[in-house]
Design a protein around this ligand. Structure first.
Ligand SMILES: Nc1ncnc2c1ncn2[C@@H]1O[C@H](COP(=O)(O)OP(=O)(O)OP(=O)(O)O)[C@@H](O)[C@H]1O
Length: 341
């Protein structure tokens, strides 16, 4: 966990936009645009775990992919150790990828079925040319052991491993190039709950051992609660709230965050909470609502929310807690009542 007094910024995303053109007609013209990520800014400090959460389609994966330039962002800046990644040439960016690795939800899809575990890691080291050829195999085996696999499993193929073990290989592959930042995109979502906990604990211990920084993408607030230092809540391509984990869970400020948190089951009978049901589905990013994007589902929305987009501003008890809502104070004081039956 990072200490704010000594925190050093590793990644800073500024006004990032990712619009995907939708082509149509016989001439393949752009007929519409998906605003998957629409002007978001945030930073991640060295050694920190910052999570991006929100419902499916809110732009979490798109943000991760844009940072790594797996898709070229429409505009904005991605500052990594003071260098704007979006201004690098393709070959400079390829070299930089050593420092920024991504792990995915489905390691089976991202592992070559014809390569053994050890070959997967050797290949990653070869691409980045970081370990002399004759040392790669022993380094790969060492890494497999670091992530909890055994040397005798090194020459097995992906299909010979369980889902959790494959994710461990995915993590070892990311580690094999000595990254500084790991972007984890729903890395434990496909695993059974008990295996999820093991992989999350492994990620935590690797973070300490290798001084890693994580950007952790997940739709699951239970998982995010386990691993995060700070949490960023996204809704329809925008950020609605940023806070450290304790502040977010104890004092959520945005009506959307309140609704998300109210859906987490609690085992404590003294802390029964009222479930806030969100009406309707998430609108399409092809045609996002005017003003505050959440206004169509917000029980507090006024005419102002329909026309004026709120900006992120200090909320709650301060300390970096920010939310984008016109009525943070009124909602907190209970002065605004639900406008919907
Ligand atoms: N290459 C693309 N072309 C067109 N639209 C895209 C593309 N990639 C993503 N989108 C759209 O952008 C929006 C955001 O998608 P994204 O995958 O980032 O969401 P997410 O929050 O990660 O959700 P999920 O967990 O379901 O992947 C969605 O509406 C998605 O359909």
């Amino acid at each position: 966990m990072s200490d704010n007094r000594t925190a050093k910024e590793l990644l800073s995303v500024k006004h990032l936009k990712q619009y995907f053109p939708i082509k149509g007609g016989i001439f393949g013209r752009t007929v519409n645009v998906v605003k998957a990520v629409d002007d978001i800014s945030f930073s991640v400090n060295e050694g920190e775990t910052v999570s991006l959460v929100g419902e499916s389609g809110c732009g979490k994966s798109t943000t991760g992919r844009a940072i790594l330039r797996l898709d070229e962002p429409t505009s904005g800046e991605v500052m990594f150790e003071g260098t704007n990644l979006l201004a690098l040439s393709k070959s400079q960016m390829n070299r930089k990828r050593k420092d920024l690795q991504m792990i995915f939800q489905d390691p089976y899809a991202s592992l070559n079925p014809r390569k053994t575990a050890v070959q997967v890691l050797e290949e990653a080291m070869e691409i980045q040319n970081i370990v002399p050829k004759k040392e790669r195999r022993s380094r790969a085996i060492e890494l497999l052991e670091t992530v909890g696999l055994s040397a005798y499993q090194a020459d097995r193929y992906p299909h010979e491993f369980s889902g959790g073990q494959r994710q461990r290989i995915g993590i070892a592959r990311a580690l094999s190039v000595n990254p500084k930042l790991i972007i984890s995109d729903e890395a434990v979502s496909a695993l059974d709950v008990s295996i999820q906990a093991q992989v999350l604990n492994l990620m935590k211990s690797l973070q300490k051992e290798f001084k890693l920084t994580y950007l952790f993408i997940s739709h699951d607030l239970g998982v995010v609660r386990h691993i995060s230092d700070r949490i960023i809540v996204m809704y329809l391509g925008t950020i609605v709230e940023i806070a450290d984990k304790q502040s977010l869970f104890r004092r959520p400020q945005h009506p959307y965050t309140r609704a998300l948190l109210s859906a987490i089951p609690t085992l404590d009978p003294d802390r029964k909470k009222e479930r806030i049901l969100l009406k309707g589905d998430v609108p399409s990013p092809l045609n996002p609502p005017s003003g505050c994007r959440f206004h169509t589902r917000c029980m507090y929305a006024t005419d102002r929310c329909k026309s004026e987009a709120p900006v992120l501003r200090e909320a709650g008890m301060g300390g970096g807690h920010q939310a984008a809502c016109h009525y943070i104070e009124e909602i907190a004081e209970g002065a605004l009542y639900s406008r919907r039956e």
